[in-house]
Design a protein around this ligand. Structure first.
Ligand SMILES: Cc1ncc(COP(=O)(O)O)c(C=O)c1O
Length: 476
């Protein structure tokens, strides 16, 4: 009827148009999209149709054989395990509802999720491309090599000078694998202490990195709350660590990798008649910023670079280890430490999802994103400071900031701050601040990060609003 005035000449034509618009189009468009994008219902794929009754019994046979128009049109596949489905739905809803300021979290693309949930999860591929311990790995090899190629390209590295291992299951095993490869058991690892912003795997006693190796801890200056490179140099010269770790979990400032290189090069081992400690940069937190040109690259200075793939890099949970290729054969040692040293079969679905994220991170849109992440963190930090909160080190150069909410008893504890904010839909994590006088369970600070909310399109103005909301919640 709506179209009668448009097509008054023929009733038949009008009927035809209505039929086409309201009935045929909704069927045809999704079908075309499904064919073009390859996003077919998994259950309709041969192997899953045959196996469906094996997984779910006869009940599902009737269920699959009944054509479901809604399922067809919207490309929805109902999950058989309704308990888990409900929990996933609830988590999705929670993620959408909150303001997520957890510095180590992000929201991945649908493509990353699709690769993660793909059939690649079914395959065993122990070993490396071309050298597997299982058959049927022609495609696995292509997936892994593509991820490696994209990783090197993203960080502007020549395959003649750098290797990359994309098999680490996560950041912690990646770091431990580097020590296993390059530091003799009981040897010294110089890493930032946890309460000043280091990670557990930088040699803390409670981690394997502190049980099998010895940490030489360093911290930030009590005056500036930033790294004091002079002090660091004195410590390294005295302690002679085998390896120095730069790159942190809760350090908001730019790291001077050149100074770290000089400090590492100045270490002398008289009994071995050689000089030069290894420099490992753990860029887990700021890898996405390096990729997007918003933070200095550690590659010109480091021997080894580790990174998680799920923080600013906006990929699936996972990790990579980059190693310099030269006579020291760091790359070969690292590969051996990952497999067979630490891990068995790689998670190919995860590696494929990492490859997807690496391609996304090479786009101009991601460059813009990385720059915005830093601008947003500065806006959040400046506004909180303006409202009277003490920002550790006086600000940020990255995606994260530490707020001293305790302020020597004038404010509130970190746990209470985090709990109060959560009640109001703002998710943060409580965090120690350098030289904290309170316990890690109820420290003086909270850590805030901008990667997740920047992915959702927020800009400086939104973050200034968020700062005011935080201020209100913490003061009431
Ligand atoms: C600097 C740094 N390295 C390593 C890791 C460990 O990563 P994962 O949690 O994936 O083991 C983290 C995690 O937060 C981190 O911040």
């Amino acid at each position: 009827m709506l179209y009668n005035s448009l097509y008054p000449a023929s009733h038949f034509k009008t009927y035809d148009f209505t039929f086409f618009t309201f009935f045929l189009l909704p069927l045809v468009i999704p079908a075309c999209l499904r064919v073009c994008t390859g996003r077919r219902r998994r259950e309709s794929r041969g192997q899953y149709r045959n196996l469906d009754s094996h997984f779910h019994g006869n009940d599902s046979q009737t269920r699959s054989s009944n054509f479901n128009l809604a399922t067809y049109i919207f490309n929805l596949t109902p999950m058989h395990d309704t308990q888990i489905r409900k929990l996933i739905d609830a988590e999705e809803k929670r993620q959408k509802k909150v303001i997520n300021l957890v510095a180590s979290e992000n929201y991945v693309s649908k493509d990353v999720l699709e690769a993660l949930g793909s059939e690649l999860t079914n395959k065993y591929a122990e070993g490396y491309p071309g050298k597997r311990y299982y058959g049927g790995n022609e495609i696995s090899d292509k997936v892994e090599m593509l991820a490696q190629e994209r990783a090197l390209k993203l960080f502007k590295l020549s395959p003649n000078e750098w290797s990359v291992n994309v098999q680490p299951l996560s950041g912690s095993p990646a770091n431990v694998a580097v020590y296993l490869a390059l530091v003799p058991q009981g040897g010294k690892i110089m890493g930032m202490t946890l309460s000043h912003g280091g990670h557990l795997t930088h040699g803390q006693k409670v981690s394997a990195s502190g049980k099998f190796w010895m940490q030489v801890p360093y911290g930030v200056s009590s005056e500036t709350e930033m790294i004091d490179y002079k002090e660091l140099g004195v410590l390294a010269t005295r302690e002679k660590p085998a390896l120095i770790v730069a790159g942190y979990t809760a350090y908001p400032r730019v790291v001077d990798f050149k100074k770290f290189r000089e400090i590492a090069d100045a270490v002398v081992y008289p009994e071995q008649g050689r000089r030069g400690a290894l420099l490992m940069v753990d860029m887990s937190h700021f890898a996405g910023l390096v990729a997007g040109g918003a933070y200095p690259s550690p590659f010109p200075c480091a021997d080894v670079v580790t990174t998680t793939t799920h923080k600013t890099l906006r990929g699936p949970r996972g990790a990579m280890i980059f190693a310099r290729k030269d006579a020291r054969e760091l790359d070969k040692k690292v590969d051996k430490a990952i497999f067979p040293g630490m891990q068995g079969g790689p998670h190919l679905n995860q590696i494929a999802a990492v490859a997807v994220a690496l391609k996304e991170a090479a786009s101009p849109a991601f460059k813009k994103y990385a720059g915005q992440v830093v601008k947003n963190a500065k806006a959040l930090s400046d506004e909180l400071a303006r409202l009277g909160w003490r920002i550790v080190s006086g600000g940020t150069d990255s995606h994260l900031l530490l707020v001293d909410v305790w302020m020597n008893g004038k404010g509130i504890g970190g746990k209470e701050a985090s709990d109060r904010l959560e009640k109001e839909g703002i998710i943060v994590n409580k965090n120690t601040i350098p030289f904290d006088t309170r316990s890690p369970f109820d420290p003086s600070g909270i850590r805030l990060g901008t990667p997740a909310e920047t992915t959702r399109g927020k800009t400086e103005k939104d973050f200034r609003d968020i700062a005011r909301k935080i201020d209100k919640v913490l003061r009431n």
